[in-house]
Design a protein around this ligand. Sequence first.
Ligand code: BTN
Length: 265
Amino acid sequence: MSDLGPKILAEIADWPCRLEASCRETRFDASLVRVLAKCDSTQDVARMAGRGAVVTAGRQSAGRGRLGRIWIDDEGAGIAISLAVSMQDPATLSLASGLAVLEVIRAAIPPDVRPSLGMKFPNDVVEVASGAKIAGILVEATDGIAVIGIGVNVHRRTWPPGIHAMAIEELAPGVTTRRIDLLEALPARISEALDWEPAEIAARFSAEHAPTGCRVEVESGDRRVVGTLESLAPLEHLGIVDTEGIRHQMPVESSRILSWQPSGG
Ligand code: BTN
């Protein structure tokens, strides 16, 4: 007997056919759609299903995050989806996917109650005012296949200590979001974003989301630099001038912005 609540089982009943339909005219393959009641990580299932796969679960018990972190959503209060595509540069895939996810989340919230949403480099979707994380993306590449994993906070209201996150329904009180509505929007949006040229992806990101001039704290492996963000080549590096005027280039693949302050002061 499954330990999943009857509510989740009823909720996911129509997910397979809706997701299969959403793969039409995209790079994804309806015959490789997998909807699981529960799994450890959708990433592993998608990698095994192969190129074109779209995998989601009512509940994901051991979600992985970027840079070795975990992704917490073992209650089934958010969405967890993995999409397998042909290998491309992981930084490009991750930036393009982040922009696509941001669009899907924006479209899910009516404009009159929608807060300002943006990207925190490289691919966290955040509420701009608080910096709270709404969604994250993980790209894992092996054997010619890249698996794009997307986690979005939808219903959750309480968070473990140290996690600065918010869910869509908390951001937009009164708005009820069905997980499948977000899920089924993703294959087409991601497919379209992966057709953009790398230069276009970088330009779209920089136009709206590069906080140059801000005071930032950036971590890359065991290196941590505090200073002013001077440049952001989103597929290559972040350029920071530290408090002593020394310039640092931090590679995008291993960097994350820990904090930023808009004024540079
Ligand atoms: C991050 O912000 O660090 C990335 C989070 C990615 C989470 C998603 S949920 C679906 C897919 N399966 C996983 O195990 N991780 C990704």
